[in-house]
Design a protein around this ligand. Structure first.
Ligand code: SF4
Length: 362
């Protein structure tokens, strides 16, 4: 018998929890569902739900956004990117162009796209003009980008790739000695593509209860109930609470395309630094379409900004679950969706944006 969200809430409330249990999620979609459904308010007060590194736009390093802006300002070039990257600010003087949106207002040819295919169509429609596709995302977004490259793209299309792998950030937290959470909700979409196996070490090596969840309240409550039961029983495991879509081995086609087109590499995360094996780079066979290689002067301009963060911005602490969004010093004051200081207030998957529009801890 399939239980409703209300049933799962009752089952969670009936558990005899020994004290506080901090459960981290690593998916902007999870955080949005939790906040919109008011789960923090509905669950017993011992349960803390912590948003973690689940927003790819938020972790995209400043140097990549800066590089994209520099490229966009070239008159001979069109810059295509996913829409939620447009308003991400970089830390430059007020008189300088601070975002791709400002670049567009200043006359740059910046085009928001909803899919890699739209970037291909832009390039096909203007064969004499270079189109750079700035693609930031986790595995779920990067796999379609790999498919685009594998199918063959027009000569005039270059890719500025800022792809990231989700697990290494969680692995870094787990091995840091300052874990900051007692249980983990693993991301359903990423596991659908990459398979659940990577997340098993959370339970087997680090003894942290874990469950993979889908995106509605019911699925999240099933996963929350699972990790609480695991906590009470003292038997951590990775529970697949999204079996309709998450299968062993993930999506073999997507994984094959990712490995044919890209290599895993160490990568910078905004405000956090370099995390080993946490990013993707194009294989040498695709170098003629790699914006970092075919536009090297601009790549150097981007490198000069490594590690930059706006003054007062606590995005890195929010992304790592060290503080709640409303504990940032400028949340709701200097930083609002109208005047974002950091990317977490820009992206639909950013915890600050979600908390601002959804009532935060309620
Ligand atoms: Fe970053 Fe703004 Fe959130 Fe602070 S409130 S963490 S500056 S996005």
């Amino acid at each position: 018998m399939r239980r409703s969200a209300a049933d799962w809430l009752d089952r969670i409330r009936a558990l005899n929890l020994p004290g506080k249990v901090r459960i981290m999620n690593v998916c902007g979609g999870h955080e949005r569902s939790i906040t919109r459904a008011g789960l923090r308010h509905a669950l017993p007060p011992e349960i803390e739900l912590i948003p973690g590194p689940g927003c790819p736009v938020c972790v995209c390093p400043e140097e990549d956004v800066h590089l994209a802006i520099q490229l966009a300002m070239r008159e001979d070039l069109t810059l295509a990117t996913f829409g939620d990257m447009l308003r991400v600010p970089v830390n430059v003087r007020k008189s300088e162009v601070r975002s791709l949106e400002q670049a567009r207002a200043a006359g740059a040819d910046v085009v928001p796209v909803a899919s890699p295919q739209e970037a291909v169509e832009l390039a096909r429609a203007a064969p004499g003009r270079r189109v750079v596709f700035f693609a930031a995302g986790f595995e779920t977004t990067t796999a379609p980008v790999a498919a685009m490259m594998a199918q063959g793209v027009p000569e005039n299309l270059a890719l500025l790739l800022s792809g990231r792998r989700t697990f290494p950030a969680v692995g870094m937290l787990l091995s840091s000695g300052e874990v900051g959470f007692d249980a983990l909700i693993a991301p359903g979409h990423v596991c659908t593509v990459m398979g659940p196996e990577e997340w098993e070490v959370v339970a087997t090596s680090y003894r942290v209860p874990a469950a993979i969840a889908g995106f509605d309240s019911e699925s999240l409550l099933v996963a929350i109930h699972s990790v609480l039961r695991q906590t009470l029983e003292g038997r951590p495991r990775l529970d697949n609470c999204y079996p309709a879509l998450v299968q062993p081995g993930g999506n073999p086609v997507a994984r094959r395309l990712l490995s044919e087109v890209m290599v895993v590499t160490d990568a910078a995360w905004r405000g956090i630094g370099t995390i080993a094996a946490s990013g993707y780079a194009l294989r040498p066979a695709f170098a003629v379409h790699d914006a970092r290689k075919v536009l090297p002067d601009h790549a150097e301009a981007g490198r000069r900004r490594i590690g930059e963060m706006p003054a007062g911005c606590d995005c890195a602490a929010v992304v790592l679950g060290r503080i709640y969004p409303d504990q940032c010093r400028i949340f709701g004051a200097a930083c609002t969706p109208r005047t974002p200081v950091g990317p977490c207030m820009v992206s639909d998957e950013g915890a600050c944006r979600i908390w601002w529009s959804g009532g935060g801890r309620s």
